[in-house]
Design a protein around this ligand. Structure first.
Ligand SMILES: C=C(O[C@H]1C=CC=C(C(=O)O)[C@@H]1O)C(=O)O
Length: 412
C-alpha cells in the first residue's frame, strides 16, 4: 500500500478483530474532533479507513485533483458547494486496510506528529471505544416533502420539459425514519457491505458535516491500477420482482431515452476536452440492490492516450451529472434550485479515495442511496429522472424503492 512518502507502522499490541480495529480508529477520530471515512470498494472484500490529523485541513472548497502528484486522501463533496455544505478532502494521514490488519499506513508528515503517538496508545487499549458518538450535522432536518408535494414537483418538472426549459430533470426528496433501538452506525456500515457486494459502501463522519452512510452503484470517475479512466452513464430504474434478472429485463421507451441523455452528456464532456479515443460499452442492464438500471460504460486507456489531467477535467465537467441534475445542466440545476425546496447537502455529491491506496489510483462515486444519521432518526434521500412521459405516482414509488437501499439498515 505505501508509496515513497508513506510508511507502514505496526498495529500496537495484539491485533483485535477487524470490526474492533475500525471501531477503535473511528473512536479516536471522534473523541479528538477529527474527521474519518470508511469505505468498501465494489466487489472488494476488505473495508478501508482514512483518518486526518487536522479537521481544518480537511475543508478544501475545491473538487480534488486526481493527478498522481495530487495529495492522497478521501473526498466528500456536496451536491452544491456552500457554507452549509462545505467540500471536504480528508488528507490521508492514517490509512488502514482490513487486508493488512497488522499495520497502519502513515503519511510522512503524520509520522512525526504527537497525534500518532496518542493514536497508537489509544488503539492499544481495547476498552478505549466503549461509547462512540458520531458527529451530528449542525444543519436542521431538511424539509420533508409528502407525496402530494413531490407529485407537484414532478408535474412542474414535466411541464418544464414540455415547455423546452429542460430536456431532463431529476427532482429528489428527503424522508425521515426513526433509528431502531440500539442502532449502531458501524454495524450498519457492515450490514451495507454484506447486503450490497457490488456497491461502493461508505461511512463518513466529520464535524460540521455529520455522519453519512451509503451504498451507491454509480461510478463518477475512476482511474484504476491499469491506468484506465472509467466513467458511466447510469439511469432508468425498475424493481427486481418475479424472477426478473438483468438478462430478461425489458425497458420502456421512457427509461431508454432517459439513460441515453445521460450517455450523451458524458460524450459531450469528452468532446469539450477534444478527446475521441474513448470506448463506449452498452447500455446494458445492471442490478443495484433490489433495483435494475441501464448503464453505459466509458473508458480511456491513459497508457495509450496521453491525457494526464483527464480525471480532474472530467470530474469538474461531470459533477453534477445528468443522472442527478438533468440536461441541459444549468437549466436543470436552476429548476431544482427554484422548485425542490430542500437542502440535498451531500446526497448526489460525490465521494471516494484519491491517490489511495496507491498513487495514481482514484475512485469517486456519486453519493446515491445514502442516509444521514442523526441522534434519534435517519434522513434518507432519493431522486428520479423525469422525461416528458413521467407519471407522478410512478416517480414517487421509484423514490420509495430507492430509499429502501440504505434504509434497509433501519429495519428492526
Ligand atoms: C437519483 C438517483 O438515481 C439516479 C441513478 C440511477 C437511476 C436514476 C433514475 O432512474 O432516475 C437516477 O438518475 C437516486 O438514487 O437518488
Amino acid at each position: 500500500m505505501s508509496t515513497s512518502s508513506r510508511r507502514a507502522v505496526a498495529w500496537p499490541g495484539p491485533v483485535p478483530a477487524v470490526t474492533d480495529q475500525l471501531r477503535l480508529l473511528a473512536a479516536f477520530a471522534l473523541q479528538s474532533g477529527l474527521p474519518v471515512a470508511l469505505w468498501r470498494l465494489p466487489n472488494a472484500e476488505h473495508p478501508q479507513l482514512c483518518l486526518s490529523f487536522s479537521a481544518e485541513d480537511a475543508f478544501t472548497g475545491l473538487p480534488p485533483a486526481l493527478e498522481p502528484t495530487a495529495p492522497a486522501g478521501f473526498a466528500f463533496f456536496p451536491f452544491h458547494d456552500s457554507d452549509h455544505n462545505p467540500a471536504l478532502f480528508l488528507p490521508a494521514d492514517v490509512v488502514f486496510s482490513a487486508e493488512h490488519p497488522h499495520e497502519l499506513d502513515i503519511s510522512d508528515e503524520a509520522h512525526l506528529s504527537l497525534q500518532l503517538s496518542d493514536l497508537l496508545v489509544f488503539i492499544s487499549k481495547s476498552d478505549s471505544c466503549d461509547f462512540v458518538s458520531w458527529y451530528v450535522s449542525p444543519q436542521p432536518i431538511p424539509h420533508i416533502a409528502d407525496q402530494a408535494e413531490f407529485s407537484e414537483l414532478v408535474t412542474k418538472g414535466v411541464e418544464a420539459i414540455e415547455q423546452g426549459a429542460v430536456v431532463k430533470v431529476v427532482p429528489s426528496r428527503a424522508a425521515t425514519r426513526p433509528l431502531p433501538p440500539a442502532f449502531d452506525t458501524l454495524e450498519a456500515f457492515e450490514e451495507l457491505q454484506r447486503r450490497y457486494p457490488r456497491a461502493f459502501v461508505s461511512l463518513v463522519s466529520a464535524q460540521g458535516i455529520g455522519t453519512w452512510l451509503g451504498a451507491t452503484p454509480e461510478v463518477l470517475v475512476e482511474i484504476g491500477e491499469d491506468g484506465r479512466f472509467c466513467t458511466m452513464a447510469l439511469a432508468g430504474t425498475q424493481p427486481i420482482v418475479d424472477g426478473l434478472t438483468p438478462q430478461n429485463a425489458i425497458w420502456r421507451q421512457k427509461e431508454i431515452e432517459e439513460q441515453a441523455l445521460v450517455a450523451r452528456y458524458v460524450v459531450s464532456c469528452f468532446k469539450q476536452l477534444r478527446l475521441r479515443e474513448y470506448t463506449e460499452t452498452g447500455p446494458r442492464t445492471v442490478a443495484a440492490g433490489e433495483l435494475l438500471h441501464l448503464r453505459t460504460d466509458f473508458s480511456v486507456n491513459l497508457r495509450q492516450v496521453p491525457f494526464p489531467t483527464l480525471g480532474t477535467d472530467m470530474l469538474r465537467l461531470l459533477h453534477p451529472t445528468s443522472a442527478v441534475g438533468g440536461m441541459p445542466k444549468q437549466a436543470a440545476l436552476t429548476f431544482l434550485h427554484q422548485h425542490e425546496h430542500y437542502d440535498r447537502a451531500y446526497y448526489s455529491g460525490f465521494l471516494g479515495p484519491v491517490n489511495l491506496p496507491q498513487t495514481g489510483v482514484s475512485r469517486l462515486f456519486v453519493n446515491l442511496r445514502c442516509l444521514q444519521v442523526r441522534p434519534t432518526q435517519a434522513i434518507l434521500y432519493a431522486g428520479a429522472g423525469l422525461t416528458i412521459d413521467s407519471d407522478p405516482l410512478r416517480e414517487w414509488n421509484e423514490t420509495e424503492l430507492k430509499l429502501r437501499t440504505a434504509g434497509a439498515v433501519l429495519d428492526t
